[in-house]
Design a protein around this ligand. Structure first.
Ligand code: TZP
Ligand code: MG
Length: 198
């Protein structure tokens, strides 16, 4: 989640989500009105502090420099972002996540040093302008059938009703934006999601 994904203050949203039981946070500042420069850094610092205080890993999406500046817990990149092997080199022992859509991309990402893979969009999403075609759950099942054993998180249109199916298809976790960040009751939304996956 980033500043464009909630109406409420993102710091408050993150605090509520953590109270509800999220286990990891990725700062993803994207979209036409995304913050840049100092404003982005300042918000990232606040969100990082919230995560630190709660002992929740903080991962930065597609901004290696910011991740290093903050000494964040990890960095996540997509196929159109910096190459995963370069990110791994820069990141040292930080967590590196890579979004992949094919077995070839997955094998390359793992070879390059990815710790986990993001797969999606599993379901239709309104949170990513340049999202690819919906993959459905079969992508997760296929990755597992093809011997991909690293941790996988599903992403895209995941909510409390469909999250369990994502885990049952072979994912280790679910990642999502709107089902929590845009919820009227953020804490309850996170609690509902958590109940759905454990
Ligand atoms: N990558 C694939 S779908 C997506 C990203 C970043 C957006 C997920 O947002 P939502 O609101 O949970 O569908
Ligand atoms: Mg990306």
């Amino acid at each position: 989640m980033g500043s464009t994904n909630s109406i409420a203050d993102p710091v408050h949203v993150l605090e509520q989500a953590i109270e509800g039981g999220i286990t990891l946070y990725q700062y993803r500042e994207k979209g036409p009105s995304a913050l840049e420069g100092l404003e982005k850094t300042k918000l990232a610092e606040k969100l990082f502090r919230v995560c630190k205080d709660a002992d929740i890993p903080f991962i930065v999406n597609d901004d290696v420099d910011l991740a290093l500046e903050l000494d964040a817990d990890g960095i996540h990149v997509g196929q159109e972002d910096l190459a995963a092997d370069f990110v791994r080199e820069k990141a040292g022992d930080k967590i590196v996540g890579v979004s992949t859509h094919t077995i070839d991309e997955a094998e390359k990402a793992i070879e390059d040093g990815a710790d986990y893979l993001g797969l999606g969009p599993i379901y239709p999403t309104i949170s990513k302008d340049d999202a690819r075609a919906v993959s459905g759950l079969t992508i997760i099942e296929n990755f597992r059938k093809n011997g991909i054993i690293v941790p996988i998180v599903g992403i895209g249109g995941i909510n409390a009703k469909n999250a369990r199916a994502v885990i049952q298809a072979g994912a280790n976790g679910v990642s999502l934006i709107s089902a929590i960040a845009a919820a009227a009751d953020v804490k309850k939304a996170a609690m509902d999601l958590k109940k759905a996956v454990i």
